[in-house]
Design a protein around this ligand. Structure first.
Ligand SMILES: [Zn+2]
Length: 332
């Protein structure tokens, strides 16, 4: 019993030691657990930061797109016009799909909305064309209802004319008069407003002086010029009826329709920047023998950004005639 009595104190001592050991162990374990938790928290924080930055990156992209989109009218850089172009292309594709349901050929053509736009009003394709041909540069062309398209772009020059009854259909404002600065192709008008806004943000003022002109309006214009300067001279600066691009609704003349325009701040800026919005100088300087027309710094044709950038050629304009490998010469 004494042992038994003595035992407890011994046990107590042992248990005290054990308790101390247990307390130490607990402290060690607690410390270890706290360390592990701290490490876990630290890892969590790092991972969290990564996640947040990842989200930020993802969120930044649309923001950048949005801000660059909203910058379109402000600085008119290439990226902005690209963003704008994409939506326009989608619209064009939708339009194309509506217009050409079921046609494989046109679905393919519709993949490049710009071309469809360049051939605005085009409800036909090589599939149901009146005739087809291949240019000297290997581009496929066709004629439908008297209108010529090459690689999907409507072509009007001294070789390729429009019927006297041709009236553009896909215009922002329906054609109701013989001439109009508003009855122009829808996509052209969207691009023009961007061009105008960009010019405006640069302190420049551009405006459309001449847009759509009917066959009869062009006939009167040309006949007046012939009466004034003679046929040979008139042919260098004025189109005969049916041969004017103004009948397409895909072009316009800016500001003062005069040689002096090229020397104005507006003329210089337009020459250097219009391509970013899908416009080309249709009759460039030094290309008179190719286009058949004098240099017209004020006459812009809408072809969409893809082709416009190619024809801009870093400031050394290429004509549609050179690019496609076609002539611009009257038959008589
Ligand atoms: Zn013109």
């Amino acid at each position: 019993m004494s042992n038994n009595r003595n035992t407890p104190p011994t046990r107590r001592r042992v248990s005290r030691k054990k308790r101390q050991q247990m307390i130490r162990r607990r402290r060690i374990i607690l410390t270890a657990v706290m360390l592990i938790m701290m490490i876990l928290v630290a890892i969590g924080v790092v991972a969290g930061v990564k996640t947040i930055s990842g989200r930020n990156n993802k969120q930044t992209e649309p923001d950048v797109t949005v801000s660059s989109s909203s910058n379109i009218p402000v600085d008119g850089d290439i990226n902005s016009s690209t963003a704008a172009n994409d939506s326009t292309l989608q619209q064009t594709r939708q339009y194309t799909q509506q217009q050409t349901a079921g046609s494989t050929e046109q679905s393919v053509a519709g993949q490049d909305g710009t071309k469809q736009t360049g051939s605005a009003g085009n409800a036909g394709s090589a599939g149901n064309a009146d005739s087809t041909f291949t240019t000297s540069k290997g581009f496929k062309g066709y004629v439908k209802d008297g209108v010529t398209y090459i690689d999907g772009y409507m072509i009007v020059n001294k070789t390729y004319s429009l019927p006297s009854n041709y009236i553009p259909q896909d215009t922002e404002v329906p054609v109701t008069s013989e001439w109009s600065t508003k009855s122009l192709n829808r996509e052209l008008m969207e691009a023009y407003r961007q061009l105008q806004s960009a010019a405006s943000s640069n302190g420049l003022n551009i405006y459309i002086s001449s847009g759509y002109r009917s066959y009869n309006t062009q006939k009167n214009l040309y006949n007046n010029y012939v009466a004034k300067d003679g046929k040979a001279q008139a042919d260098t600066y004025s189109a005969r009826a049916g041969y004017s691009e103004h009948q397409t609704g895909l072009c316009f003349d800016l500001n003062t329709i005069d040689d002096s325009f090229q020397y104005t701040d507006e003329g210089i800026w337009v020459n250097q920047n219009a391509y970013k919005y899908g416009f080309i100088i249709r009759y460039p300087k030094g290309k008179e023998s190719i286009t058949g027309y004098q240099y017209e710094s004020w006459h812009l044709r809408y072809v969409g950004r893809e082709l416009a950038e190619k024809l801009y050629n870093n400031g050394n304009w290429i004509t549609m005639e050179e690019y496609f490998g076609i002539d611009s010469k009257y038959a008589d």
